[in-house]
Design a binder for this molecule. Structure first.
Ligand code: HEM
Ligand code: HEM
Ligand code: FE2
Length: 470
C-alpha cells in the first residue's frame, strides 16, 4: 500500500464502500422480487415501494461512488502528481458516508410522511432514482463540488491537460450540473417529469456514457497497453456520437407525459441512433484486445472490460432500441420490458466498469502491476453474474412481452386488462425465474467479493518469500 498516492487510497475507499452498497442493492432487489411472488410478505411493515427505493437509490449511489473512486485512482497516473486538496477530498468522503447512513436509516424506519415541505426536506423528495431528501441533496452537491475542485486543481497544477482529462473535466461539470435539474419542486407533474428526465436520461445516456468512455480509455491503456493516440481518437468520436444522439434522444421519455407532440418524431429519431456509439465502443475494445491477442497481466479486468463493451451495446443499445420508437413504446411503456432493459443496461454498462476498475486497483496493491493476476474464483463469479443478469433480463422480457400484448394491445390499458396480464402464467412464472436468477446473482456477488479480497495474495507471499531467501 506504500506505493500508492493518497488519491489512490481515497479511490480505493470509494470503491470499497461502493461494493458494499452493491451488496445492499442485491439484497433489496431479492426482497422486492420476493414480494412480487408473495405480496403479503412484510406488508404494512416494509412495503414494496420502500424496498424499491432502496434498491434503485443504492444502485445510483454505488455506481457514482465507484466512478468517483476510479477518477481519484487514475488522476495521479494521468497528471503525475498527488491530488490537490486531497485532505478535503477525504473529509468529503466521510461526510458522504455519514449522510448516506442517515438517509438509509430514514428510508427504512421513517419511510413516509405527510405531503408537505417537511417530508421533502427530511424524508424523501419523491423523484424515482434520486429520492434523497433536500438536505441530503445539498450535501451531495457540496461533496461533488469538492470532487470537482480536486480534479480541476490537480489537472491545472500539473500544467498538462491530456485529451482524456480534458473530456473528463467538461463531462464532470455537465454531470454535476444536471443533478440540479432534479432539485426543483413544481406542482405541475408534466413539468416535474420533464426536468427529472434531464437528470436520469442525460446522465445514463450522455454524461455517464462519456465518463465511462474516459475510464475505459484509461483502463485499456493500462490493461492492454493501447497507445494513447488510439484511445483518445476513439474517445473523441464516442463523445461526438454519444452527445449527438443522446441529447435529443431525451425525447423518448417525452412521448406520454403531456409534452408537445413533436417529441414523438424527435425522440424516436435521435434515440434510434443511440446504439451507434455503443457499436463504436465494441469495435474499439475488441480490436484492441485482438491486437494484443488477449495478452494482459490482468485477466479479470480485461474480461470485465469486454463484458462492458458487449453489455453496454446489448443492454442499452439493443434492449433500449427495442422499445424506443413511439409506435412500439405506446404499447410497451412502463411494462417489465422497461425493467428488463434497465437491468441489462445498468449492469452491462456500469456495473462491469466498476468491477473492471476494482480489479485494476487490486492488481496494483497486490502484484505491483507487473505480475500476471489470475485465479479460478474470478471466472466463477464472472460466469455466474453474467448468466444471472441475462436470466433476470430474459425473465422480465417474457413478462414484458406478455404485458404488452395482454394488458395493452388486446386489453387496451384498462384496470381489468392490467389484472388479467398480472394473473397470466406468462407474467406469473417469469417472476419466479427472476427471483431464482437474482439468487444466483447474490452467489456471484459473494464470490466476486471473496476473489477481490484474495486474488494475487499468494503470489504476493511468494514474492516476499523470494526476497527473504535472497
Ligand atoms: C447505459 C445506458 C442506459 C441505461 C442505464 C438505461 C436505463 C433505463 C432505465 C432504468 C429505464 C427505466 C426508467 C424508468 O424507471 O421509467 C429506461 C427506459 C428507457 N430506455 Fe434506457 N437506458 C440506457 C440506454 C438507452 C438507449 C441507448 C436507448 C435507446 C436506444 C434507451 C431507451 C429507453 C426507452 C425507450 C425507455 C422507456 C421505456 C418505457 O417507455 O417504459 N435506453 N432506460
Ligand atoms: C438479486 C438481483 C436483483 C433482483 C432480484 C432485482 C429485482 C428488481 C425488482 C423486483 C425491481 C422492481 C421492478 C418493478 O418495479 O416492477 C427492480 C428494479 C430495478 N432494478 Fe433490480 N434487481 C436485482 C439486481 C439489480 C442490478 C444488479 C441492477 C443494476 C445494476 C438493478 C437495477 C434495477 C433498476 C434500474 C430497476 C428499476 C427498473 C425500472 O423501473 O424500469 N437491479 N429490480
Ligand atoms: Fe433514455
Amino acid at each position: 500500500m506504500n506505493n500508492l498516492y493518497e488519491s489512490q487510497k481515497l479511490g480505493l475507499w470509494y470503491m470499497s464502500a461502493a461494493l458494499v452498497l452493491f451488496g445492499a442493492q442485491i439484497l433489496f432487489g431479492l426482497l422486492i422480487a420476493y414480494q412480487y411472488l408473495n405480496p403479503d410478505f412484510l406488508f404494512g411493515i416494509f412495503n414494496f415501494n420502500i424496498g424499491r427505493i432502496l434498491h434503485i437509490n443504492a444502485m445510483v449511489v454505488w455506481l457514482l461512488m465507484g466512478f468517483i473512486g476510479a477518477v481519484y485512482w487514475f488522476l495521479p497516473v494521468e497528471t503525475g502528481r498527488e491530488t490537490v486538496g486531497i485532505k478535503l477530498g477525504k473529509l468529503a468522503f466521510f461526510i458522504l458516508l455519514a449522510a448516506l447512513t442517515v438517509v438509509i436509516l430514514v428510508y427504512i424506519f421513517v419511510q413516509t410522511g405527510a405531503g408537505n415541505k417537511i417530508s421533502l426536506w427530511f424524508i424523501n423528495e419523491g423523484r424515482e432514482y434520486i429520492e434523497a431528501p433536500r438536505w441530503a441533496d445539498i450535501g451531495i452537491v457540496i461533496v461533488v463540488l469538492v470532487f470537482l475542485y480536486n480534479v480541476f486543481a490537480t489537472v491545472f497544477a500539473s500544467k498538462k491537460i491530456t485529451g482524456i482529462m480534458g473530456v473528463l473535466m467538461i463531462d464532470l461539470v455537465a454531470l454535476a450540473g444536471l443533478y440540479l435539474a432534479g432539485m426543483f419542486y413544481t406542482v405541475n407533474i408534466s413539468l416535474d417529469q420533464y426536468f427529472w428526465w434531464w437528470v436520469i436520461h442525460l446522465w445514463v445516456e450522455a454524461t455517464w456514457e462519456v465518463l465511462i468512455g474516459c475510464i475505459m480509455a484509461l483502463a485499456l491503456m493500462y490493461v492492454l497497453k493501447t497507445p494513447r493516440k488510439i484511445v483518445e481518437g476513439w474517445l473523441y468520436l464516442e463523445v461526438f456520437l454519444v452527445f449527438g444522439t443522446g441529447i435529443l434522444g431525451l425525447g423518448h421519455h417525452y412521448f406520454w407525459i403531456g409534452t408537445p407532440e413533436y417529441w414523438l418524431g424527435i425522440g424516436g429519431f435521435f434515440s434510434a441512433l443511440e446504439p451507434i456509439p455503443l457499436v463504436a465502443m465494441i469495435i474499439h475494445a475488441v480490436y484492441d484486445a485482438g491486437v494484443q491477442r488477449l495478452k494482459t497481466v490482468n485477466k479479470p479486468a480485461l474480461f470485465w472490460i469486454l463484458a462492458q463493451a458487449f453489455g453496454n451495446f446489448i443492454g442499452a443499445g439493443v434492449w433500449g432500441f427495442m422499445q424506443t420508437l413511439p409506435q412500439i413504446n405506446l404499447y410497451s411503456h412502463g411494462t417489465q420490458l422497461a425493467a428488463s432493459h434497465g437491468h441489462l443496461a445498468f449492469f452491462g454498462a456500469y456495473v462491469t466498469t466498476n468491477i473492471a476498475v476494482a480489479y485494476i486497483m487490486v492488481h496494483k496493491i497486490r502484484g505491483g502491476e507487473v505480475k500476471l493476476m489470475d485465479s479460478k474464483l474470478w471466472k466463477y463469479a464472472y460466469v455466474l453474474m453474467i448468466i444471472s443478469i441475462i436470466g433476470m433480463a430474459g425473465s422480465m422480457m417474457v413478462a414484458g412481452f406478455a404485458q404488452t400484448e395482454i394488458e395493452r394491445a388486446v386489453g387496451g390499458s384498462t384496470w381489468q386488462a392490467y389484472i388479467n396480464a398480472h394473473l397470466h402464467p406468462w407474467m406469473v412464472e417469469p417472476m419466479y425465474w427472476r427471483f431464482g436468477f437474482g439468487f444466483l446473482m447474490l452467489i456471484g456477488y459473494i464470490l466476486l467479493i471473496v476473489d477481490l479480497l484474495t486474488i494475487g495474495k499468494k503470489e504476493e507471499k511468494t514474492a516476499v518469500e523470494e526476497v527473504a531467501h535472497a
